[in-house]
Design a protein around this ligand. Sequence first.
Ligand SMILES: [Zn+2]
Length: 198
Amino acid sequence: MRQKRSPEDYLWTVWLLSARTVTPQHYTLTDQLIFAFEEATLRLESAAEALLLKENYSPECEKDLAALGTSIEKFKDSIGSTIFMEGTKSKELMADLYSSTPAAASAKVELGNLTVGQKFKNEPGTTAVAELSGNLIFIDPQKIGKNLQQNMGLFFHEKLHNLTGLTDDVIQDKLGLTVDSNNSKNISDKLVKDCINK
Ligand SMILES: [Zn+2]
């Protein structure tokens, strides 16, 4: 299990990122996968930090979080324990991401031995998958772009799964959005609108 990283780890990553720009041809495919994950993780950590440092959240944002049974304070408190995982190669069972929820038994039946990696492969639109009522966030590093605002929306969205244990369809319903488990970007977009831009 990936532990929270120390300042030395950040320096190491920064060194790796700068080294890569000098001699990219010297790196193997595995190196490149690790770089991609480190880079994506850094981008999401910057987004998390920006959300943590933001002092004033709008009444609309407070209302959204209240509808999901949580608050800005609880959200901020949960940020520090986040653990990012490489999703596309993960052998973790999807069903295990439900193990802390009332849906644990039905998820086992429904999802069987489907792994997180297989989910990313089967559903190419997937950017991230979060543990429900936990602290793991699995990502496809190739899909984490450079746009800070978008990354803040994505991170906020995934943390709401960690924090509330609610699935996409339930969150969409409670926020008054179109319910579509296969396209949950409307959750991130709503958070950008209510919690980041305001
Ligand atoms: Zn989601």
